[in-house]
Write a protein that binds this ligand. Structure first.
Ligand SMILES: CC(=O)SCCNC(=O)CCNC(=O)[C@H](O)C(C)(C)COP(=O)(O)OP(=O)(O)OC[C@H]1O[C@@H](n2cnc3c(N)ncnc32)[C@H](O)[C@@H]1OP(=O)(O)O
Ligand SMILES: N[C@@H](CCO)C(=O)O
Length: 411
């Protein structure tokens, strides 16, 4: 698909995702209909999590959703890990308290690439998040919200909480652990921490992600953190009791605008919006260009659905990510991964460039060759290009079937 010369987006209209869906529906996707039963959001109390920093986060609760049925021999479990502002709601209509229909509904469902007729799919909300799992807005032991006191957490701390969830679910192995962006960081830690914890990880699919957060990624995150902290309504992170929910919405919106620019491509923004003014506004007399309006929209939309402190905590967890820390470096760590590995990148991703995924594919013994998704839309391609991503994931899973008994066969 190309966006060249497409100026329809100067005002809101069908999105790239809408058009991709219409042009090439993914087999089995779209099986969820309004009115279908919503996958129930459940909660697991996983106890205290010992943090890499040396502290302890007590009374951790993990929110999660599941689809499909766990086979009697437990052989068909798939773990899906969401990105920065995602949540446990992969597929199906929005339920109570959920901001939207599932963010990966094209990938998960009956007959979809992650086929819920065949697999038991589990999606937790990440530690530090704001969609049901313990995070800065949760209540601390003293009865007040954690707020600015919420500890620094790392990718490994997040996986430690997910390991406890896995134990509570009675799952002793994952057929596949899959996720993109921040989810992909956890996928890679799972590949090492899972087996160390006695949980078999048979396959991993890190998508649009990296084995080690780079200087460029830290640099892009820095002004996002600063925008939230510079908002006087942030109040050092203790804004939950502010009158009328008077939190750092403006700072969070600016952070999202910076981030969203990195999620798309320079070519798309230029060809799609160019220098067009927004609607009846005149940029020469204080009005906005259409691309400014577009970023305002995405910033405001996130500020309405996401907690600024979680944005800080999760962003800083991403900065901590280094698969090689205390493992002798990235290459030594990748070399220890024994799971079947499929690294996927989006060819136009300027935030997680394909070189980073290539490093994963080159470093893991026996990994599949790097798979590139072709997209005009950059990092967000993992949320748009389902006609490519779906078959890549489905064929990787089919490769697992070729080598092992039918999931759930018990043999
Ligand atoms: C795992 C996870 O990451 S879960 C979280 C995923 N969801 C998000 O990140 C939410 C933010 N949304 C997005 O990033 C994108 O919408 C995607 C990736 C989900 C889909 O991409 P696209 O289909 O290309 O959507 P696009 O970036 O064009 O955004 C469309 C929105 O911009 C709006 N828009 C487009 N042009 C303009 C404009 N000139 N002025 C104002 N708004 C505009 C559209 O009305 C639409 O609004 P809506 O989403 O409220 O309906
Ligand atoms: N749109 C995605 C991009 C980050 O990978 C999100 O908000 O989580």
């Amino acid at each position: 698909m190309t966006v060249a010369g497409d100026r329809r987006y100067a005002t809101p209209g069908p999105t790239a995702r809408d058009r991709a869906r219409a042009a090439a529906p993914v087999p089995g996707s779209g099986a969820w209909r309004d009115g279908d039963p919503v996958a129930a959001r459940r909660f697991a109390d996983v106890g205290a999590v010992e943090l890499e920093s040396g502290g302890v986060l007590p009374d951790v609760r993990v929110a999660y959703e599941t689809w499909g049925e766990l086979a009697p021999d437990g052989s068909n479990a798939v773990l899906v890990l969401h990105a920065l502002t995602g949540d446990a709601h992969l597929a199906g209509p929005a339920g109570p308290g959920q901001h939207s229909a599932g963010w990966w509904e094209q990938m998960v469902g009956p007959g979809a690439p992650l086929d819920t007729d065949r697999y038991f799919v589990v999606a937790p909300n990440v530690l530090g998040g704001c969609q049901g799992t313990t995070g800065p807005a949760s209540t601390a032991p003293d009865g007040r919200p954690w707020g600015g006191r919420f500890p620094r957490i790392t990718t490994r701390d997040q996986v430690a909480a997910e390991i406890e969830l896995t134990r509570q679910l009675g799952i002793d192995g994952w057929e596949l652990v899959i996720g993109a962006s921040m989810g992909g960081l956890r996928v890679l830690e799972w590949a090492l921490m899972g087996p160390e914890a006695g949980i078999e990880v048979r396959g991993v699919a890190p998508i649009a992600t990296t084995a080690q957060t780079s200087g460029d990624q830290i640099a892009w995150a820095h002004p996002q953190l600063g925008a939230i902290r510079a908002d006087p309504r942030w109040r050092g992170g203790d804004y939950y009791d502010a009158p009328d929910g008077d939190g750092p919405h403006a700072g969070l919106a600016v952070a999202r605008q910076i981030a969203h620019t990195t999620y798309r491509t320079a070519v798309e923004l230029d060809e799609r919006f160019g220098r067009l003014p927004q609607g009846g506004e005149d940029p020469m007399t204080g009005g906005r260009y259409a691309v400014q309006s577009y970023l305002d929209h995405h910033g405001d939309k996130l500020a309405r659905r996401f907690d600024a402190n979680s944005y800080l905590v999760l962003t800083e967890s991403m900065l901590s990510h280094d698969l090689g820390r205390d493992r002798g470096g990235v290459e030594a760590a990748l070399a220890q991964i024994t799971a079947r590995t499929l690294a996927v990148a989006v060819d136009s991703d300027r935030l997680y460039p394909p070189e980073q995924a290539r490093r994963i594919a080159a470093g893991v013994p026996g990994a599949e060759p790097l798979r590139l998704v072709r997209s005009d839309f950059g990092h967000d391609g993992f949320l748009i290009e389902f006609d490519q991503l779906g078959p890549i994931v489905a064929s990787f899973l089919a490769g697992a079937h070729a080598r092992s008994p039918e999931p759930g066969s018990g043999s």
